[in-house]
Design a protein. Structure first.
Length: 211
């Protein structure tokens, strides 16, 4: 009699399923990273320094009456510095400045920021400048929150928390005396930017996220 042929055991479906699941997770994370916008911590740090410098300048007795123009100038300067640092960060990774996630990120920021520009002119025209600090902080925080979901996954939570704190600080600013407007703006555009820029920079250095 001929011996029966040995029966072949089927390969383990568990191992195959685990391999397929790992591959799908890798593909998904790659797609998420490709569609996300990495905000460099250096941009936040630089913007925070500009904010603190503006607060120091506006606190001088000879310039305190011109605090609105000082802070508007600081906003333009901080935006320009932030754009330059973001452009350098993306160029270092071989990515264009205004395509894909970068373009969507900017478009999410724009509505609230443009609303801030319009309301600044309207409030200044009717003499309600005491409302400007709260309005600036509130709308800036709203803009950041709108763009949070487009940021890189590793820093998304930090960016969202920063935006929420801007909203809360801006809401509280409406209840504070007008003489505190300079400290209110320093706490938001100076301290919050600087603190979260440092935190985001640490995450970026650890994970080396590709934007």
């Amino acid at each position: 009699m001929h011996g029966s042929a040995p029966r072949m055991r089927p390969s383990s479906p568990v191992a195959m399923d685990s391999h397929a699941l790992g591959t799908l997770n890798y593909i998904r994370s790659s797609i998420e990273a490709a569609g996300a916008f990495a905000v460099p911590g250096t941009a936040g740090i630089a913007m925070g320094i500009v904010g603190l410098a503006a607060a120091a300048l506006a606190s001088l007795p000879a310039l305190s009456d011109h605090w609105i123009w000082i802070w508007l100038g600081a906003a333009v300067l901080a935006s320009g510095v932030g754009i330059v640092l973001i452009a350098r960060h993306r160029a270092g990774h071989g990515l264009p400045l205004y395509r894909g996630p970068a373009r969507r990120f900017v478009l999410c920021l724009c509505p609230a920021l443009l609303a801030g520009v319009v309301l600044t002119g309207a409030l200044a025209r009717v003499g309600e400048t005491r409302l400007l600090p709260g309005m600036w902080l509130l709308l800036y925080g709203s803009a950041v929150l709108s763009a949070t979901l487009l940021t890189a996954p590793a820093m998304m939570r930090l960016v969202g928390i920063m935006g929420a704190l801007f909203v809360l600080w801006g809401s509280a600013a409406f209840e504070l005396p007008a003489r505190w407007h300079n400290l209110i703006l320093a706490g938001g555009f100076g301290v919050l930017h600087l603190a979260f820029g440092l935190l985001i920079g640490r995450i970026d250095a650890k994970t080396r996220i590709q934007p």
